[in-house]
Design a protein around this ligand. Sequence first.
Ligand SMILES: C[S@@+](CC[C@H](N)C(=O)[O-])C[C@H]1O[C@@H](n2cnc3c(N)ncnc32)[C@H](O)[C@@H]1O
Length: 270
Amino acid sequence: MDGKMPQVNGRQGEWRRQNSTAICERFPTFALSDLMGKNKLAHFAEMKVLRCAIEPEKEEYIPGRHSLSGNWGKDFFGNDNPITLELGCGKGEYAIALARKYPDRNFIGVDVKGARLWRGCKTVEEEGLPNVAFLRIRIEFVHHFFHPGEVEHIWLTFSDPQPKDKKETKRLSGKHFLRRYAKFLAPGGRVHLKTDSSFLYHATHETIAKGEHCLLFDTADLYGEGLERLDADRRDLLQVKTFYEQKFLAQNKPIHYLCFTLNDRLNKNI
Ligand SMILES: C[S@@+](CC[C@H](N)C(=O)[O-])C[C@H]1O[C@@H](n2cnc3c(N)ncnc32)[C@H](O)[C@@H]1O
Protein backbone atom coordinates (compact mmCIF):
# COMPACT_ATOMS: atom_id res chain seq x y z
CA MET A 1 0.00 0.00 0.00
CA ASP A 2 1.87 3.11 -1.19
CA GLY A 3 -0.72 5.60 0.01
CA LYS A 4 -1.28 6.98 -3.50
CA MET A 5 -4.79 7.76 -4.61
CA PRO A 6 -6.01 4.92 -6.85
CA GLN A 7 -6.50 5.98 -10.46
CA VAL A 8 -10.11 6.76 -11.11
CA ASN A 9 -11.30 6.87 -14.67
CA GLY A 10 -13.11 10.22 -14.89
CA ARG A 11 -15.14 9.12 -17.93
CA GLN A 12 -16.88 6.54 -15.83
CA GLY A 13 -18.93 9.34 -14.36
CA GLU A 14 -21.10 8.10 -11.54
CA TRP A 15 -19.38 5.57 -9.31
CA ARG A 16 -21.38 2.50 -8.60
CA ARG A 17 -21.41 1.89 -4.89
CA GLN A 18 -20.11 -1.65 -5.09
CA ASN A 19 -17.11 -0.64 -7.24
CA SER A 20 -16.24 2.12 -4.84
CA THR A 21 -16.55 -0.14 -1.84
CA ALA A 22 -14.23 -2.66 -3.48
CA ILE A 23 -11.61 0.04 -4.08
CA CYS A 24 -11.90 1.24 -0.49
CA GLU A 25 -11.31 -2.30 0.69
CA ARG A 26 -8.13 -2.50 -1.42
CA PHE A 27 -6.96 0.95 -0.32
CA PRO A 28 -8.10 1.14 3.30
CA THR A 29 -6.74 4.65 3.89
CA PHE A 30 -9.37 6.02 1.51
CA ALA A 31 -12.94 6.50 2.58
CA LEU A 32 -15.81 5.92 0.19
CA SER A 33 -16.43 9.65 0.31
CA ASP A 34 -12.95 10.35 -1.20
CA LEU A 35 -14.04 8.50 -4.31
CA MET A 36 -17.68 9.41 -4.62
CA GLY A 37 -17.96 12.86 -3.16
CA LYS A 38 -19.65 13.49 0.15
CA ASN A 39 -22.76 14.95 -1.46
CA LYS A 40 -23.35 11.92 -3.58
CA LEU A 41 -23.06 9.61 -0.58
CA ALA A 42 -25.45 11.77 1.39
CA HIS A 43 -27.88 11.72 -1.54
CA PHE A 44 -27.67 7.93 -1.83
CA ALA A 45 -28.31 7.60 1.90
CA GLU A 46 -31.27 9.95 1.62
CA MET A 47 -32.72 7.90 -1.25
CA LYS A 48 -33.00 4.99 1.17
CA VAL A 49 -35.50 6.87 3.30
CA LEU A 50 -37.45 8.88 0.73
CA ARG A 51 -40.86 7.29 0.24
CA CYS A 52 -41.00 8.00 -3.49
CA ALA A 53 -37.64 6.27 -4.17
CA ILE A 54 -37.89 2.55 -4.82
CA GLU A 55 -34.52 0.78 -5.01
CA PRO A 56 -35.10 -2.97 -5.32
CA GLU A 57 -32.68 -5.45 -3.79
CA LYS A 58 -30.98 -7.97 -6.09
CA GLU A 59 -33.28 -10.82 -5.07
CA GLU A 60 -36.32 -8.71 -5.97
CA TYR A 61 -35.29 -8.68 -9.64
CA ILE A 62 -36.97 -12.05 -10.11
CA PRO A 63 -40.23 -11.56 -12.10
CA GLY A 64 -43.15 -10.85 -9.78
CA ARG A 65 -40.95 -10.99 -6.63
CA HIS A 66 -41.06 -7.29 -5.82
CA SER A 67 -44.01 -6.53 -3.55
CA LEU A 68 -45.13 -3.60 -5.72
CA SER A 69 -45.24 -5.66 -8.90
CA GLY A 70 -48.96 -5.78 -9.72
CA ASN A 71 -49.74 -3.62 -6.67
CA TRP A 72 -48.48 -0.13 -7.51
CA GLY A 73 -51.99 1.33 -7.47
CA LYS A 74 -53.17 -0.29 -4.26
CA ASP A 75 -49.95 -0.30 -2.22
CA PHE A 76 -48.02 2.74 -3.38
CA PHE A 77 -50.45 5.30 -4.78
CA GLY A 78 -53.51 4.24 -2.81
CA ASN A 79 -55.79 4.43 -5.86
CA ASP A 80 -56.35 2.66 -9.16
CA ASN A 81 -55.58 5.61 -11.43
CA PRO A 82 -53.80 4.83 -14.71
CA ILE A 83 -50.02 4.55 -14.58
CA THR A 84 -47.53 6.20 -16.94
CA LEU A 85 -43.82 5.32 -16.99
CA GLU A 86 -41.00 7.62 -18.03
CA LEU A 87 -38.12 5.34 -18.97
CA GLY A 88 -34.61 6.79 -18.77
CA CYS A 89 -36.15 9.67 -16.83
CA GLY A 90 -32.91 11.24 -15.54
CA LYS A 91 -34.08 13.86 -13.04
CA GLY A 92 -37.68 13.01 -13.88
CA GLU A 93 -38.81 16.38 -15.21
CA TYR A 94 -41.39 14.82 -17.50
CA ALA A 95 -42.89 12.57 -14.85
CA ILE A 96 -43.04 15.45 -12.38
CA ALA A 97 -44.50 17.99 -14.80
CA LEU A 98 -47.16 15.52 -15.93
CA ALA A 99 -47.95 14.62 -12.32
CA ARG A 100 -48.59 18.29 -11.55
CA LYS A 101 -50.87 18.63 -14.58
CA TYR A 102 -52.71 15.33 -14.08
CA PRO A 103 -53.31 14.68 -10.38
CA ASP A 104 -55.72 11.88 -11.29
CA ARG A 105 -52.95 9.86 -12.95
CA ASN A 106 -49.88 8.15 -11.50
CA PHE A 107 -46.33 8.50 -12.83
CA ILE A 108 -43.22 6.39 -12.31
CA GLY A 109 -39.81 7.58 -13.48
CA VAL A 110 -37.32 4.79 -14.14
CA ASP A 111 -33.56 5.22 -14.38
CA VAL A 112 -30.43 3.55 -13.09
CA LYS A 113 -28.57 6.71 -12.06
CA GLY A 114 -29.10 7.44 -8.40
CA ALA A 115 -27.74 10.98 -8.43
CA ARG A 116 -30.21 12.06 -11.11
CA LEU A 117 -33.14 10.28 -9.49
CA TRP A 118 -32.30 11.91 -6.17
CA ARG A 119 -33.01 15.32 -7.71
CA GLY A 120 -36.43 14.15 -8.91
CA CYS A 121 -37.21 12.57 -5.53
CA LYS A 122 -36.35 15.79 -3.69
CA THR A 123 -38.72 17.80 -5.89
CA VAL A 124 -41.49 15.27 -5.30
CA GLU A 125 -40.95 15.40 -1.53
CA GLU A 126 -40.67 19.21 -1.44
CA GLU A 127 -43.89 19.64 -3.42
CA GLY A 128 -45.66 16.78 -1.66
CA LEU A 129 -46.69 15.20 -4.96
CA PRO A 130 -48.57 12.00 -4.09
CA ASN A 131 -48.72 10.64 -7.64
CA VAL A 132 -45.01 10.19 -8.49
CA ALA A 133 -42.57 7.38 -7.72
CA PHE A 134 -39.05 6.70 -8.94
CA LEU A 135 -37.82 3.19 -9.57
CA ARG A 136 -34.05 2.72 -9.68
CA ILE A 137 -33.37 -0.25 -11.92
CA ARG A 138 -31.84 -1.06 -15.28
CA ILE A 139 -34.65 -0.82 -17.82
CA GLU A 140 -33.64 -4.23 -19.17
CA PHE A 141 -35.54 -5.59 -16.12
CA VAL A 142 -38.54 -3.26 -16.17
CA HIS A 143 -41.01 -6.04 -17.05
CA HIS A 144 -40.14 -7.78 -13.76
CA PHE A 145 -41.69 -4.94 -11.79
CA PHE A 146 -45.12 -4.68 -13.39
CA HIS A 147 -47.96 -7.08 -14.05
CA PRO A 148 -49.69 -7.51 -17.43
CA GLY A 149 -51.85 -4.49 -18.22
CA GLU A 150 -50.56 -2.45 -15.27
CA VAL A 151 -49.23 0.46 -17.34
CA GLU A 152 -51.07 2.67 -19.82
CA HIS A 153 -48.38 4.91 -21.27
CA ILE A 154 -44.62 4.74 -21.68
CA TRP A 155 -42.59 7.85 -22.42
CA LEU A 156 -39.09 7.59 -23.80
CA THR A 157 -37.68 11.04 -23.28
CA PHE A 158 -34.42 11.83 -25.06
CA SER A 159 -33.17 8.27 -24.78
CA ASP A 160 -29.58 7.54 -25.79
CA PRO A 161 -29.78 6.82 -29.56
CA GLN A 162 -27.21 3.95 -29.49
CA PRO A 163 -26.24 4.25 -33.19
CA LYS A 164 -23.81 1.29 -32.97
CA ASP A 165 -26.43 -1.03 -31.51
CA LYS A 166 -27.16 -3.04 -34.66
CA LYS A 167 -28.91 -5.80 -32.71
CA GLU A 168 -31.16 -3.31 -30.89
CA THR A 169 -30.25 -4.76 -27.51
CA LYS A 170 -29.52 -1.37 -25.91
CA ARG A 171 -31.85 1.03 -27.72
CA LEU A 172 -34.91 1.66 -25.54
CA SER A 173 -37.18 1.79 -28.60
CA GLY A 174 -35.59 -1.30 -30.18
CA LYS A 175 -37.47 -4.55 -30.79
CA HIS A 176 -36.15 -6.32 -27.67
CA PHE A 177 -37.32 -3.52 -25.39
CA LEU A 178 -40.71 -3.30 -27.12
CA ARG A 179 -41.15 -7.01 -26.39
CA ARG A 180 -40.51 -6.32 -22.70
CA TYR A 181 -42.94 -3.39 -22.65
CA ALA A 182 -45.66 -5.56 -24.24
CA LYS A 183 -45.61 -7.75 -21.13
CA PHE A 184 -47.11 -5.01 -18.96
CA LEU A 185 -48.67 -2.40 -21.28
CA ALA A 186 -52.48 -2.37 -21.18
CA PRO A 187 -54.22 -3.29 -24.46
CA GLY A 188 -54.01 -0.20 -26.67
CA GLY A 189 -51.38 1.28 -24.32
CA ARG A 190 -49.14 3.84 -25.97
CA VAL A 191 -45.41 4.33 -26.39
CA HIS A 192 -44.28 7.93 -26.85
CA LEU A 193 -40.82 8.81 -28.10
CA LYS A 194 -39.48 12.34 -27.95
CA THR A 195 -35.99 12.86 -29.29
CA ASP A 196 -33.56 15.32 -30.84
CA SER A 197 -31.79 12.45 -32.62
CA SER A 198 -32.80 11.98 -36.24
CA PHE A 199 -31.00 8.62 -36.08
CA LEU A 200 -33.21 7.43 -33.22
CA TYR A 201 -36.32 8.84 -34.90
CA HIS A 202 -35.63 6.95 -38.15
CA ALA A 203 -34.45 3.77 -36.39
CA THR A 204 -37.65 3.71 -34.31
CA HIS A 205 -39.71 4.27 -37.48
CA GLU A 206 -38.04 1.22 -38.98
CA THR A 207 -38.68 -0.87 -35.84
CA ILE A 208 -42.35 0.17 -35.90
CA ALA A 209 -42.70 -0.74 -39.58
CA LYS A 210 -40.87 -4.08 -39.27
CA GLY A 211 -42.81 -5.07 -36.14
CA GLU A 212 -46.11 -3.96 -37.69
CA HIS A 213 -46.87 -1.75 -34.72
CA CYS A 214 -49.46 0.96 -35.18
CA LEU A 215 -48.13 4.49 -35.64
CA LEU A 216 -50.61 7.02 -34.24
CA PHE A 217 -48.70 10.26 -34.52
CA ASP A 218 -45.49 11.20 -36.26
CA THR A 219 -43.67 14.48 -36.58
CA ALA A 220 -40.06 15.27 -37.39
CA ASP A 221 -40.61 18.81 -36.17
CA LEU A 222 -42.77 18.88 -33.07
CA TYR A 223 -42.51 22.61 -32.39
CA GLY A 224 -42.97 23.42 -36.09
CA GLU A 225 -45.83 21.71 -37.86
CA GLY A 226 -46.32 19.02 -35.17
CA LEU A 227 -48.07 21.05 -32.51
CA GLU A 228 -50.59 22.42 -35.00
CA ARG A 229 -51.91 18.91 -35.60
CA LEU A 230 -52.50 18.18 -31.91
CA ASP A 231 -55.52 18.99 -29.77
CA ALA A 232 -55.05 21.45 -26.90
CA ASP A 233 -54.63 18.76 -24.26
CA ARG A 234 -51.90 16.87 -26.07
CA ARG A 235 -50.24 20.10 -27.13
CA ASP A 236 -49.94 20.95 -23.45
CA LEU A 237 -48.56 17.51 -22.68
CA LEU A 238 -45.91 17.69 -25.37
CA GLN A 239 -44.65 21.10 -24.41
CA VAL A 240 -43.15 19.82 -21.17
CA LYS A 241 -39.39 20.09 -21.62
CA THR A 242 -36.86 17.88 -19.89
CA PHE A 243 -33.33 18.84 -18.89
CA TYR A 244 -31.88 17.32 -22.08
CA GLU A 245 -34.62 18.75 -24.27
CA GLN A 246 -33.81 22.25 -23.07
CA LYS A 247 -30.15 21.69 -23.95
CA PHE A 248 -31.03 20.47 -27.45
CA LEU A 249 -33.48 23.31 -28.06
CA ALA A 250 -30.78 25.80 -27.08
CA GLN A 251 -28.73 24.27 -29.93
CA ASN A 252 -31.68 24.89 -32.31
CA LYS A 253 -32.20 21.18 -32.87
CA PRO A 254 -35.65 20.12 -34.12
CA ILE A 255 -37.51 17.79 -31.79
CA HIS A 256 -39.04 14.61 -33.21
CA TYR A 257 -42.04 12.82 -31.72
CA LEU A 258 -43.60 9.43 -32.38
CA CYS A 259 -46.58 7.83 -30.68
CA PHE A 260 -47.52 4.22 -31.35
CA THR A 261 -49.28 1.16 -29.97
CA LEU A 262 -47.69 -2.28 -29.96
CA ASN A 263 -48.65 -5.10 -32.25
CA ASP A 264 -50.97 -7.46 -30.29
CA ARG A 265 -48.87 -10.40 -31.41
CA LEU A 266 -46.13 -9.33 -28.97
CA ASN A 267 -48.47 -10.02 -26.04
CA LYS A 268 -49.10 -13.49 -27.34
CA ASN A 269 -45.36 -14.17 -27.67
CA ILE A 270 -45.65 -14.90 -31.41
C1 LIG B 1 -29.89 11.35 -22.29
S1 LIG B 1 -30.48 11.01 -20.68
C2 LIG B 1 -32.14 11.67 -20.74
C3 LIG B 1 -32.65 12.00 -19.38
C4 LIG B 1 -34.05 12.66 -19.33
N1 LIG B 1 -35.06 11.80 -19.91
C5 LIG B 1 -34.04 13.98 -20.04
O1 LIG B 1 -34.62 14.10 -21.14
O2 LIG B 1 -33.46 14.93 -19.49
C6 LIG B 1 -30.77 9.26 -20.77
C7 LIG B 1 -31.08 8.65 -19.42
O3 LIG B 1 -31.44 7.29 -19.62
C8 LIG B 1 -30.85 6.49 -18.61
N2 LIG B 1 -30.68 5.14 -19.16
C9 LIG B 1 -30.20 4.81 -20.38
N3 LIG B 1 -30.20 3.47 -20.55
C10 LIG B 1 -30.70 2.95 -19.39
C11 LIG B 1 -30.96 1.62 -18.95
N4 LIG B 1 -30.70 0.57 -19.72
N5 LIG B 1 -31.48 1.45 -17.71
C12 LIG B 1 -31.74 2.52 -16.91
N6 LIG B 1 -31.51 3.81 -17.28
C13 LIG B 1 -31.00 4.02 -18.51
C14 LIG B 1 -29.54 7.19 -18.28
O4 LIG B 1 -29.11 6.86 -16.98
C15 LIG B 1 -29.93 8.65 -18.43
O5 LIG B 1 -30.34 9.23 -17.22
